[in-house]
Design a protein around this ligand. Structure first.
Ligand code: SF4
Ligand code: FE2
Length: 624
């Protein structure tokens, strides 16, 4: 196997080669053995009942045993992906809300309310009067209110009211404002059960409602409450790629999505007693690095180095330099267990919701989280003397992260006049052509990281300001796109703006739940004025060129339902039905003023995004 075929990332190539030499199987090895199924890939394989499973051809004649047509089957499958993605983000939010509640009540040692300004803002948006309440009392009320919104049966979830007025009216008219987060997810599962909702537009409308319950519900709650607990991110410098692992330190990798336990591990590694223990076994210190969105969370707030994105999880262990890897939920490959057994790494599952066969389970219980964190650090130290051959790739790259939507305001607007005015003015005068969000996973079926980098280079060269989150952000960072010097690659207009404020042309806005920050940024642009009255009028586009997870579909759909057109690469799960594809790639526009598109080629995707942005500019009369 040629490692270069999978990616141009040298660190990844080196570790693919190392694992191949050592007979260790990773995602890059497995993907070669597994062919995709065209029915499953295009969305027309139904296994919702046992009269089937049925694979249905899109010929206008074929149907499942129950009579379900290709468009119905594909729509049901697509909607189930939205439900699963929304469930993942929202269950993460639930856990954070429970920790906030316990912290407010003094029942979660190690956690406290760090950002009171955010707490006030969130309280007011939830309809809670913050005046005269101390931070713990207010945090308790906030936590109880958001927890109630999960099980709310009627009415509207609160953050919906943050959206521009015109957008809320669109949702109102369609009857797709989420009532309660859990309710929409459950109803989506019910509607897609055998023999319930079988009209694809009707299914997709509830799919949109479920997705909105994620973007303006679960994901936004996760982001906001994490900011309250750990601080709203501000620009911060850090390093990325496998080279951040240290040969002479105990290395602990935190991987997954919830920053709760990782924040406590960062506290624990400062403990003098544990540092002394590390020195006693011959290590110079303890190094914590992240993978996936856990990495993005603690990078954004603490500048903790990022070892890699989702496809590097097994490869990090294969360096032979990782004493412990701590995982919680989402994007954790079962293959990790097997890889860890080939080296000296102790792998820990820590969430009550997720275990891996044969892996140590040390549960994160927020009442005694700090003890759990210390126990993990202690056990990592104990593994250090068991190291065998260590081979850490040299590659590491600088990056700047920490661009919350509040920070973008300060960066561009300045401390005295913090606002989105300068951004809007720069879009209107054409220095910035528009804004593109490049988000989502990586997928070994396409060249890992290369699609992100190729697309982003093309966009910035054409004066498109790029906002990145998730693994897309990590991959762009590895390519040196997240440093101010990257402005040299930008078109003259964008370059001028970046150089004036010293910011990169690609802004790291956080983890996958932080895509909710992008909804807020889009809303701020609208509210600032001059670029239309609704998100769908702004020269804006979203994309996920290397997507793979159900969460990505949920995110894409809440962007579309919020008025942002979204492009996905790889394959697209509606293409097995021409009717459904016509709807998601076009017809949806009539409903929400935005649609999906599918484009596996990154350069072609950039052109589509630029054409979309130009069309929006034209409609606004600013096509200078
Ligand atoms: Fe087949 Fe219909 Fe059952 Fe799906 S629900 S498996 S299409 S019979
Ligand atoms: Fe993520």
């Amino acid at each position: 196997m040629k490692a270069e075929a999978f990616t141009s990332c040298k660190a990844t190539q080196a570790m693919i080669e190392k694992t191949t030499r050592e007979g260790v199987t990773t995602v890059f090895h497995r993907v070669q053995e597994k062919k995709t199924c065209p029915f499953g890939s295009g969305g027309t394989c139904c296994r919702l009942c046992y009269m089937g499973p049925c694979r249905v051809k899109d010929d206008g004649q074929d149907a499942g045993v129950c009579g379900a047509t290709a468009e119905t089957i594909a729509a049901r499958n697509f909607c189930r992906m939205i439900a699963a993605g929304a469930a993942a983000h929202s269950d993460h939010a639930r856990e954070v809300a429970l920790v906030l509640l316990a912290a407010a009540r003094g029942e979660a040692p190690g956690f406290e309310i760090k950002d009171e300004e955010k707490l006030w803002a969130v309280a007011q948006d939830l309809g809670i009067d913050p005046v005269g309440k101390n931070k713990n009392r207010l945090a308790e009320e906030v936590a109880l209110k958001v927890l109630a919104e999960f099980g709310q049966q009627e009415g509207e979830i609160s953050f919906i009211r943050r959206a521009p007025q015109k957008r809320q009216e669109v949702w109102q008219k369609l009857g797709i404002i989420p009532r309660g987060i859990d309710r929409e997810i459950v109803e989506m599962l019910h509607r897609t059960h055998m023999g319930v909702d079988q009209e694809y537009v009707h299914l997709l409308l509830h799919g949109m409602r479920t997705a909105l319950a994620d973007g303006w519900g679960g994901s936004m709650i996760a982001t906001e409450l994490q900011d309250i607990l750990f601080g709203t991110p501000v620009p911060i410098r850090a390093k990325v790629n496998l080279g951040v692992l240290k040969p002479d330190h105990v290395n602990i990798i935190v991987h997954g999505h919830e920053p709760l336990l990782p924040e406590l591990i960062l506290l624990a590694v400062k403990d003098e007693e544990l540092l002394a223990q590390a020195r006693a076994v011959g290590a110079k210190g303890i190094n914590v690095a992240g993978i996936c969105c856990t990495a993005n969370e603690i990078l954004m707030r603490k500048g903790v180095p990022v070892a890699g994105s989702v496809l590097q999880q097994e490869l990090a262990i294969a360096t032979g330099a990782v004493e412990a890897m701590v995982v919680d939920v989402q994007c954790i490959m079962q293959g990790l267990g097997q890889v860890a057994r080939c080296y000296h790494t102790e792998l820990f599952t820590t969430s009550s919701r997720a275990r891996l066969p044969g892996v140590t389970h040390l549960e994160f219980d927020h009442h005694r989280g700090l003890e759990v964190a210390k126990e993990i650090v202690r056990r990592a130290i104990a593994r250090f003397p068991q190291r065998r051959k260590v081979e850490i790739p040299a590659e590491e790259m600088d990056l700047i992260a920490g661009f919350s939507h509040e920070t973008i305001k300060y960066i561009l607007g300045g401390r005295f006049r913090a606002s989105y005015r300068p951004l809007n003015d720069n879009i209107i005068n054409g220095r910035i052509r528009g804004v593109a969000a490049v988000v989502g996973c990586s997928n070994p079926r396409v060249r890992f990281g290369d699609l992100h980098a190729t697309l982003v280079r093309e966009l910035i060269a054409n004066d498109v300001l790029v906002l990145v989150t998730g693994c897309a952000a990590i991959n762009c960072a590895k390519e040196g796109l997240l440093i101010p010097e990257a402005a040299e690659m930008a078109g003259s207009g964008l370059r001028e703006v970046c150089e004036a404020v010293g910011m990169p042309p690609v802004l790291h806005c956080g983890s996958c739940v932080d895509n909710s920050r992008l909804l807020m940024a889009a809303t701020e642009i609208v509210k600032e004025g001059g670029l239309g009255e609704d998100i769908s009028e702004v020269p804006l586009c979203g994309c996920a060129p290397e997507w793979m997870s159900e969460k990505a579909i949920a995110i894409g759909q809440y962007f579309v339902a919020s008025g942002v057109t979204v492009g996905f690469g790889v394959a697209f799960p509606t293409t097995g039905s021409a009717k459904l594809s016509e709807f998601v790639f076009g017809g949806m526009n009539e409903y929400v003023g935005a649609h999906w598109f599918h484009e596996p080629d990154p350069v072609a995707m950039a052109r589509t995004i630029i054409a979309h942005i130009d069309a929006k500019r034209k409609a606004l009369g600013i096509d200078v």
